[in-house]
Design a protein around this ligand. Structure first.
Ligand SMILES: Nc1nc2c(ncn2[C@@H]2O[C@H](COP(=O)(O)OP(=O)(O)OP(=O)(O)O)[C@@H](O)[C@H]2O)c(=O)[nH]1
Length: 228
């Protein structure tokens, strides 16, 4: 378990970036199974409901950076709402999960999104927070499927969420990919926010290829020379 004094979410701790991830969605969509598939590559065909929240850590590498992912599996059932919402604050990434064989769990994604926005205190808007929508149980037969991939894509477009994927905790299909995509989305947004902050404090600074910066004066000077 990570101690409170080590908990610097979204920051580098011993060359590791610690990220708090919460998985939200209706009861039974497979949140616990997604977590155990990702953490220990294990699938248990149990049917126990999560009570409150549980979390587990996993260290992983995405695009050359080491991350410690602290993954919080929350209880999907309405009666556990007051046990899970206190844990939303300080979240770096939110996974909104539904099951492709359960249309109502897909329709409820909006409710989960709103619950998270409210209790996590996300103020910058949906586009600036790393959400990923995950359609789990992609292994089910086509006759049992109630939500298509196109419906997922359309919903995400309509709600300005750029990252989405279908997974199967049962077969392991796309599970690692879903977490990697989520972390990559976090890294992209972080980089964008840093750039905006730099521009705000040093509006005369331009970013060069490779991430180096130079002052506007020198940049102007160089561009003048390059025009010669
Ligand atoms: N076919 C299939 N079944 C799955 C998959 N993932 C989970 N399940 C099954 O779905 C049921 C519910 O899974 P859980 O992981 O407990 O669901 P949950 O979202 O954590 O549920 P709550 O704890 O109540 O919020 C279990 O019987 C799992 O075996 C999957 O990818 N494919």
């Amino acid at each position: 378990m990570v101690e409170d004094n080590e908990r610097e979410y979204g920051r580098s701790v011993n060359k590791n970036v610690l990220l708090k991830i919460v998985i939200l969605g209706d009861g039974g969509v497979g949140k616990s199974c997604l977590m155990s598939r990702f953490i220990s590559n294990h699938f248990d065909d149990h049917n126990f409901h999560t009570i409150g929240v549980e979390f587990m850590n996993k260290t992983t590498e995405v695009n050359g950076t080491q991350y410690t992912l602290q993954i919080w599996d929350t209880a999907g059932q309405e009666r556990f709402k007051s046990l899970r919402t206190p844990f939303y604050r300080g979240t770096d990434i939110c996974i909104l999960a539904y099951a492709v064989d359960d249309r109502s769990s897909f329709q409820n994604i909006k409710m989960w999104l709103n619950e998270f926005l409210h209790y996590a205190g996300v103020k910058n808007g949906i586009e600036k927070f790393p959400f990923i929508v995950v359609g789990n149980k992609s292994d089910v037969s086509s006759k049992d499927r109630e939500v298509t991939y196109d419906q997922l894509r359309q919903w995400c477009e309509d709600n300005k969420i750029g990252t989405y994927i279908e997974t199967s905790a049962k077969t392991a299909n796309n599970v690692v990919e879903a977490f990697s995509m989520a972390v990559q989305r976090w890294a992209d947004l972080e980089q964008k926010a840093e750039k905006e902050l730099r521009m705000l404090h040093h509006p005369d600074t331009v970013t060069l290829q490779g991430g180096n910066t130079m002052s506007g004066l020198r940049a102007t000077c160089c561009s003048r020379f390059s025009n010669v």
